[in-house]
Every structure is written in C-alpha cells, then in structure tokens.
Design a protein around this ligand. Structure first.
Ligand SMILES: *[C@@H]1O[C@H](CO)[C@@H](O)[C@H](O)[C@H]1NC(C)=O
Ligand SMILES: *[C@@H]1O[C@H](CO)[C@@H](O)[C@H](O)[C@H]1NC(C)=O
Ligand SMILES: *[C@@H]1O[C@H](CO)[C@@H](O)[C@H](O)[C@H]1NC(C)=O
Ligand SMILES: *[C@@H]1O[C@H](CO)[C@@H](O)[C@H](O)[C@H]1NC(C)=O
Ligand SMILES: *[C@@H]1O[C@H](CO)[C@@H](O)[C@H](O)[C@H]1NC(C)=O
Length: 275
C-alpha cells in the first residue's frame, strides 16, 4: 500500500492526493511507540496488522521502530529541534512517506508537551516543515482542541485561541490538514454523552480551521467497556464525515487498546479492529 501511495503522490496534485489518502488506505490508525518490552512496534504489528480497518500509524517521532509495511508510517517532528536534523530529513524522504506531522501539543505547558509560543511554533514550521511541502502533505500542529480553559502556552487563553494566533503567524507556511487531540470523560455527567461532545468538538474544529481533520489522539476516560461503547458510537460518524481524513485512538499500550498484560486486545481494542 505504501509504495502504491507514493507513486500516486508523485503524479497527482495535492487535492487529488487527499482523496487518494482517504479512499485508498482508510482513516483508522495507530498511536504507538517503542516504549515497551520489545523496544519496537511489536504491539502495533501483532495486534493490528491483520485488521483491514487499520491502515496507518505514528509514534510521536521517527523512526518507525519496524512498524509493519502494511501500514503507512507517518513521521512526526515532536518539538522544535535545535538545528537541522539529518534524521528528520531522512524520515521525511523515506520511500512511502506521504504525510508528515508537526509539533505535539505546543499549545500546552505540562512537561510532556512541546510548549511553544504561537509565533515560535510558526517560525519552526517555516524552517523545518514547509521545505518538504512539495513532496509530502503537511499537518498543522497537534493541539488539544477541547482545552477551553485559559491555560495555553504563552497566555491566559484556550487552545483554540493559541491555534488562531499560530495561524495568524503562519506566513509562508501551508497546511494540507489540521491535527487535533481530544480527551474527555466517556460520560461527562448530567446525563451527557462523551460521544456527542466529541462529534461536536470535531465538527467545530473543521468549521473553524476549514482544513481536512486528523484526530491524532483521542480517548474517553472510563472503563474498558465504556471506551468500547464510545468507539462503536463515534467511529461510524468519523468514517462518514468527508472532512475527517484520519484518526488514531490513544493508544497501542497495555491498559488501553491492549489488555493490562499486553497479550490480547482490550474491549476497546476489539471495537477498534471491527468494521
Ligand atoms: C522487536 O524486538 C524483539 C526483541 O528484540 C524481536 O524479537 C522482534 O523481532 C522485533 N520485531 C521487529 C518487528 O523488529
Ligand atoms: C528492526 O528489524 C531489523 C531487521 O530485522 C533488526 O535488525 C532490528 O534489530 C529491528 N529493530 C528493532 C528496534 O527491533
Ligand atoms: C494475524 O495473521 C497471522 C497470519 O494469518 C496469524 O498467524 C496471527 O495469529 C494473526 N494475529 C492476530 C492477532 O490475529
Ligand atoms: C466541546 O463540546 C462541548 C459539548 O458540546 C462544549 O461544551 C464545548 O464548548 C466544546 N468545546 C469546543 C472547544 O468546541
Ligand atoms: C502571533 O503570535 C503572537 C503570540 O506568539 C500573538 O500575540 C499575535 O497576536 C499573533 N499574530 C497574529 C496575527 O495572530
């Protein structure tokens, strides 16, 4: 699939590539990493390579740690590098790379975020992402779209406002798709539905940003069964929205899409591989 895809990417203009990406390889993907007993993509390969529903993966960075070639691997530039990194260039230029992801939660300030001012993030994109624009499709920063608290990097504002400042500073950059994260309780209380919140927040992201949407992390907080029910509710919706190009549930880890021991799919994992 990956090689067919890169052939398509080489001959078609950007708009056609977007259509090809959606129709040919599907939307459902894997957020995995090598931080496990194998030190590689074994969990992703062993539990998901047989699923025709699951077609791509990313690991918050590069390399792919031997992700199976049945998946499209999407490299990510997690944060601002200190200078040109030949390994990033090599990852982007690896045969089969069609799409690239940029900064991970630059809008947030906790220790696991890439915490950047909007203007600095835009400058980082101009330097390290945009130069590849002719050869691969570029995703905008991965922001926590439903963080509507006033807690974003650089000020007393929400992630939506951070994103609007980033877009305001994006001179010289283009984006082929926007990337959002979403975390919320499966049952937010007052009889409300996490699935309804999710679909309304994703719709809002598209209406605001006017770009195809990749939901690169999402999870509802709750029991394994509650998460399976959530997935069974939102995946048909995601699959039927033309503007949703890709999504990846969090994540390919024991206690998440795998059971606690990492030797079988969890209920949520079983939902994720089903049609
Ligand atoms: C992952 O690492 C394990 C342990 O070293 C090894 O046996 C296995 O072949 C590796 N898998 C891949 C896909 O490289
Ligand atoms: C990836 O696969 C190669 C070839 O089988 C192997 O030599 C290497 O150790 C693997 N890397 C990891 C991190 O498992
Ligand atoms: C995937 O398919 C291979 C080959 O048919 C099989 O050996 C393996 O057990 C399957 N894995 C899962 C998790 O079903
Ligand atoms: C997300 O959805 C919830 C429920 O509809 C809503 O209260 C909230 O304002 C939305 N947030 C964003 C950022 O759209
Ligand atoms: C550029 O980003 C800065 C914060 O980094 C913000 O104050 C400013 O309003 C942004 N400019 C535009 C045009 O959005």
């Amino acid at each position: 699939m990956a090689s067919l895809h890169s052939t398509v990417a080489a001959v078609l203009p950007a708009a056609s590539i977007a259509t090809a990406a959606t129709n040919e390889i599907g939307k459902r993907g894997l957020a995995y990493n090598n931080n496990n007993v194998y030190g590689n993509a074994t969990y992703a390969n062993d539990f998901f390579a047989n699923s025709s529903q699951v077609t791509w993966g990313y690991d918050w960075g590069y390399p792919s740690w031997n992700l199976s070639s049945v998946f499209e691997f999407v490299p990510m530039l997690w944060g601002l590098p200190s200078g040109n990194d030949p390994d990033w260039t090599a990852a982007v230029q690896t045969a089969g790379t069609v799409n690239i992801l940029g900064f991970n939660e630059p809008d947030l300030t906790y220790s696991g975020s890439s915490n950047m001012l909007p203007a600095a993030a835009a400058q980082g994109y101009l330097t390290y992402m945009e130069p590849f624009g002719g050869s691969v499709r570029i995703g905008a920063p991965n922001v926590l779209w439903n963080n509507y608290d006033s807690t974003s990097s650089g000020g007393d504002y929400s992630s939506r406002v951070w994103t609007s400042y980033f877009m305001g500073n994006r001179t010289g950059c283009h984006f082929d798709f926007a990337c959002i994260h979403w975390y919320e309780d499966c049952e937010p209380g007052n009889g409300e539905s996490g699935a309804d919140w999710f679909t309304s927040n994703v719709t809002d992201a598209y209406n605001t940003l006017q770009l195809p949407i990749w939901v690169t992390e999402f999870q509802c907080y709750g029991s394994d069964d509650q998460q399976a029910t959530f997935l069974e509710s939102v995946m048909p919706w995601l699959d039927s929205q033309d503007y949703v190009e890709r999504y990846a549930y969090f994540g390919v880890f024991p206690g998440y899409l795998l059971d606690g021991d990492g030797d079988a799919l969890s209920a949520a994992g079983k939902a994720y591989v089903s049609s």
